[in-house]
Design a protein around this ligand. Structure first.
Ligand SMILES: N[C@@H](CCC(=O)N[C@@H](CS)C(=O)NCC(=O)O)C(=O)O
Length: 221
């Protein structure tokens, strides 16, 4: 692997890493991928980013990008062939607010629904119901337009869909029975798309001294 490629620390099933990988893939940027397991993070990763979360990009000049939304911006600001940034560049504060709500309140409810034993006084169904408030907001948009900011898949769809996937997968039968057809079609359509499946390949866990595979891999679409 040539030394000048950016390094991407990633974890396949992490929703933050998924959205970063989708943006990197669409931008045409290639990274050297270091797949990690969260319970055993490589010391090289902690050395560059002590907060210890994935995804992280390490640029050839040693600059570190350690927030998934910033990684998306970094990739798309170099090359944005599908215009993912256009809604944000056109001052869509509603889209920024939607992403902030996803990352804040909705993610809190998702964690408390999906991983109740981690919390004191767990009440997963209360948090599931709170999560539905956000799902309804998304659904109202998706009954009007195919994607969150309009007719095309853009930044917001990549940023939010991995979290809706996780929420849905916690109890698929219950999710499928909700009266939220706009949201359900949107999610299904994304989960079956090459842009999503192409960033879900499995890679061996990286350890010091191992060669890094290229991401996206040459044969993924
Ligand atoms: N704000 C960060 C959050 C990233 C994050 O929390 N990632 C999780 C995995 S999905 C993580 O690395 N957690 C650390 C751990 O579980 O030890 C971002 O947007 O990149």
């Amino acid at each position: 692997m040539p030394g000048e490629l950016p390094i991407l620390y990633s974890f396949r099933r992490c929703p933050y890493a998924m959205r970063a990988r989708m943006a990197i893939a669409v931008s045409g940027q290639t990274c050297a991928l270091r797949e990690v397991v969260l319970r055993e993070k490589p010391p090289e990763m902690i050395a560059v980013s002590p907060k210890g979360t994935v995804p992280i990009v390490v640029l050839p000049d040693a600059e570190i990008i350690e927030e998934s939304l910033e990684i998306m911006h970094w990739a798309l600001e170099q090359n944005d062939p599908e215009g993912w940034l256009a809604p944000l560049n056109y001052g869509r504060d509603d889209i920024r607010a939607l992403i902030a709500e996803n990352d804040g309140q909705f993610k809190d409810n998702l964690d408390r629904y999906k991983y109740p034993p981690r919390y004191e006084l767990p009440d997963p169904l209360h948090h599931r119901a709170q999560g539905v408030v956000f799902l309804k907001k998304l659904n109202a948009r998706l009954l009007k337009t195919a994607y969150l900011s309009g007719a095309k898949f853009t930044f917001a769809d990549a940023a939010i869909s991995p979290f809706i996937r996780q929420f849905a997968n916690t109890d698929r039968e219950w999710f499928n029975a909700l009266d939220l057809s706009g949201l359900q079609h949107w999610l299904q359509n994304i989960l079956e798309s090459d842009r999503f499946l192409g960033v879900m390949d499995k890679y061996p866990v990286w350890a010091s001294g191992m060669d890094e595979p290229a991401f996206p891999s040459a044969n993924s679409s």
